[in-house]
Design a protein around this ligand. Structure first.
Ligand SMILES: [Zn+2]
Length: 699
């Protein structure tokens, strides 16, 4: 994250300098707005009843609780119920826990083995995560200097299957993706007796997790801890097989929906936040306390603790299904920004409910993690981390960007639970698209990222710039760990997908695209949709066959670059005109023959519009719109008019967001003054830095 800040600071300084130099009315630097911090934190008294009765071995089931959702019945097909009793040792950064997992076999067939993720084992020098991070890069860099504190472990101490006995010895490490024998992020457990379709099975697992100093997403920093990917977690039976990938440097997660009942025992001085709703908090005689959480219809559970969080929890969003409590845990040094965080969270919730569908959970917890912790910009069900700094002028929309992005994942991953290992574009990319829509609506189209001292940057262009430098490396539709490197993963998965969907919006229309997104959310929430489920939804809602586009933009890797190749205007009767001499040159009766040549420079074939502008001898302008299907390598348009061509522009309405080079899209007879062009180039350079920095920002 230190690196990310440096990347951002460079363009920020450049922007300010540039603005002062160029703008006549140099805007005054936006002062950070006064801290509107309220404070007060009644920490206790959640009037919730205890949920989830303990299960007897003979009568297993998954609870139908609705304590944590604004719904009178379960919203998902509940496959798992995790009951975890965990004790956190803040001195050693370890968790010792007992986990009871009840699994409902809804696969339609007998299951005789179960794979589990042990994610924290990724943080070991020869593990696949670190191996890949070294050759592919990562948004974080802590793994570069390997020290013992970078080690994470997740160890199963014992594993029993109720009715089948102790199977601890039958737990085997497997490496389904790369065969790296040193990778211990997945284990497989073979059962003596298969679990019949429709039956339940219960695992009782004792485990210890030792968090690393944060390298990515989870772990500790000083006295802060982010407990993500911290417990043995069963894989997903998907399309006729277990889907349980190793933890890769570029991948996130995939899990089934269910119910979580988690008891966290921590020192009494800790301020704790977690997924779901807090059910109770009880002080123990040994200066610890046990905080109990319950989550319904979620597929993961994360928590955080720090003695220094300042909490704001009086914010309530009145959602379509009921009230949503907004709980914000801030670093004390950032307390002046708490209202800013709540504001963007509330506005984002409003937009998502209005455009895509209801947020059914009773809580959303927003955590401002320890500075420099690599835990910022992360999402878990009903629990997200932001990313800010003590220096954050109002016009630099980094907190807004990160909070919006991570909240967006409540929809695209949290509820529409796609396979993040294999289809990262369906969470990160779709989320980046909605990020553009929502942030543009809240903060303005050209100012959604930066609106400071005369310098502006919009989300839309930032997403495009994130992708142009890696446009010829990878297709969107591929496994996240198969990308060439981290930059390609980030540029394609986030930036290209967002740009491809914005371009799709240009093809089917903004209203239709919004209807399609709403239909997709409502149909596939609480399920695990595939690429085709999404693409077919857009085709169904728009009533159009869009395969020509999807095959290139989603499944293929052709690059799109259209160019105005050449423009000519000369008198039709040029020989006679020549004889009359120069004095007749601007005769208003002179008829000109004009040609405009367009070129498709790369392999992406896309119909485009062109606007050709003519000017007659009275300086009157005429605009002509043309349509080119782009099928051939080049085409030309010919005109005979008493006017010359003064400009030609491809995609004049800026509907195509995936053109790698926008600078060759237009021709102007009277070119811009040089300084302006120079400024434009400089600004492009600066924006590119911002774009790349931000592409890595949120995961
Ligand atoms: Zn993300």
């Amino acid at each position: 994250m230190k690196i990310r800040w440096l990347i951002l600071f460079f363009p920020l300084v450049s922007v300010v300098g540039l603005s002062l130099l160029v703008m006549e009315h140099a805007a005054k630097a936006a002062p950070p707005q006064g801290a509107a911090a309220k404070a007060e934190v009644p920490a206790a008294a959640k009037g919730a009843k205890s949920a989830a009765p303990a299960q007897g071995a003979g009568s297993l089931s998954i609870p139908e609780t609705v304590l944590a959702v604004n719904s009178d019945k379960p919203m998902s097909e509940r496959v798992v119920h995790y009951e975890i009793d965990a004790k956190y040792d803040a001195a050693k950064y370890t968790v010792d826990a007992n986990e009871v997992l009840t699994y409902h076999n809804l696969t339609g067939q007998a299951l005789d083995h179960f794979p589990f993720h042990l994610y924290q084992n990724a943080f070991q020098p020869n593990a696949t995560w670190v191996r890949e991070a070294k050759i592919m890069g990562s948004r974080d860099t802590a793994y570069n200097k390997w020290e013992a504190k970078e080690n994470g472990t997740e160890e199963i101490k014992s594993l029993e299957v109720v009715g089948q006995g102790d199977l601890t010895k039958d737990v085997q490490f497997i490496q389904p993706d790369d065969g790296n024998r040193d990778d211990k992020t997945v284990v497989d457990v073979h059962l003596p007796k298969a679990i019949a379709p429709g039956e339940y099975v219960q695992f009782k697992i004792a485990f210890q997790t030792k968090f690393p100093e944060t390298e990515a997403r989870s772990g500790w920093k000083r006295d802060f801890v982010l407990g993500g990917q911290w417990f043995p977690k069963v894989g997903v039976w998907w399309h006729g097989a277990w889907n349980c990938h190793q933890y890769h440097a570029m991948t996130e997660f995939f899990a089934d929906f269910g119910v979580y009942d988690v008891k966290l025992t921590v020192p009494q001085y800790e301020v704790v936040g977690a997924s779901g709703v807090e059910v109770s908090s009880v002080d123990n005689p040994d200066k610890t306390k046990t905080v109990t959480y319950h989550g319904d219809d979620i597929h993961d559970f994360a928590w955080t603790a720090s003695p220094r969080f300042k909490v704001k929890e009086d914010g309530v969003f009145q959602g379509q299904m009921g009230p949503v409590k907004m709980r914000i845990l801030m670093q004390p040094a950032h307390w002046s920004q708490v209202e800013r965080h709540e504001k963007i969270l509330r506005e984002t919730l409003e937009h998502f409910e209005r455009w895509y569908g209801p947020y059914p959970y009773k809580t959303i917890t927003l955590v401002d993690p320890e500075p420099d912790s690599a835990a910022g910009g992360m999402e878990y069900p009903t629990f997200i981390t932001g990313d800010t700094s003590w220096f954050m002028p109002e016009g630099l929309h980094v907190p807004e960007l990160v909070v919006e992005h991570e909240f967006g994942h409540q929809y695209w991953y949290g509820m529409v639970a796609t396979n993040e290992f294999e289809d990262a574009w369906m969470d990160e990319g779709i989320n980046s698209y909605t990020e553009v829509k929502v942030l543009d609506s809240i903060l303005g189209k050209n100012t959604s990222i930066l609106d400071l001292a005369g310098g502006t940057t919009g989300e839309r262009e930032s997403q495009r710039l994130g992708y142009v430098s890696v446009s010829d490396l990878d297709p969107i539709a591929q496994k996240a760990y198969d990308y060439y490197n981290g930059n390609s993963y980030a540029g394609i998965t986030y930036g290209k997908t967002a740009s491809v969907l914005l371009t799709l919006e240009g093809i089917v229309g903004e209203d239709t695209m919004q209807k399609a997104m709403h239909a997709y959310f409502m149909k596939y929430r609480f399920t695990h949709p595939t690429k085709e489920d999404f693409l077919k939804t857009v085709e169904e809602v728009s009533g159009r066959d869009l395969r020509w586009y999807f095959n290139q933009a989603i499944y293929g890797s052709p690059v799109l670059d259209y160019k105005v190749l050449r423009v000519e205007s000369f008198p039709v009767n040029w020989y006679e005109e020549k004889k009359k001499g120069a004095r007749q040159k601007d005769d208003k009766d002179t008829v000109y023959r004009s040609y405009v040549w367009l070129q498709r420079k790369e392999d992406f074939v896309m119909p485009v519009e062109v606007e050709v502008v003519f000017k007659d001898s009275n300086d009157k302008l005429e605009k002509v719109r043309e349509h080119w299907d782009g099928a051939s390598r080049w085409t030309k348009f010919m005109y005979e008019k008493k006017a010359k061509v003064v400009s030609a522009e491809i995609d004049p309405d800026h509907k195509v967001q995936i053109d790698r080079n926008n600078f060759n899209n237009s021709y102007t007879a009277e070119p811009n003054p040089k300084p302006a062009r120079k400024l434009e180039n400089y600004w492009q350079f600066v924006s590119q830095w911002v774009g790349q920095a931000l592409a890595w920002w949120g995961v």
